[in-house]
Design a binder for this molecule. Sequence first.
Ligand code: SME
Length: 160
Amino acid sequence: MTVNYELLGKQLDSLMASEPDLLANSANFVGLLFAEIPNINWLGLYIVRESDLVLGPYNGRPACVRIPMGQGVCGSSASDARTLRVADVDQFSGHISCDPASKSEIVVPLIIDEVVIAVLDVDSPVYDRFSRQDQDGIEKLCRVFVARLRALGARHKNFI
Ligand code: SME
């Protein structure tokens, strides 16, 4: 069950092409990815606000609202400015469990002007759900999203 990330990137780009509203585009970004990536139970954005990550647009069950920078998989990805791919969340020291059904996850930082503005968190009920190929594909989708945000004038201080 592989995802055609190339095609998904084109769909995302055209979905965002005609709409200037950052929040609407962010909502559709998570909606499209949640609909098209199989075997996941949660996908959404955490937005950097001062020293916390705050819950943004997502699809899935209600989740933790505020994550301190540096904590959990999301906070670690944001503070290190790098993707974290976790095959078994119970083996990640400090993992924050919002839903006990989640077994693996991937978190990708979104960077504008060399500043992490948000992270995309994707959770799966399946252990080791995300391959290196998924990581490459999801990072590519995040680059498409960030390029559109930049074209709309988003800067690290005014992202939704
Ligand atoms: N598991 C994440 C918290 C966010 S929820 O899974 C939606 C973490 O450890 O940062």
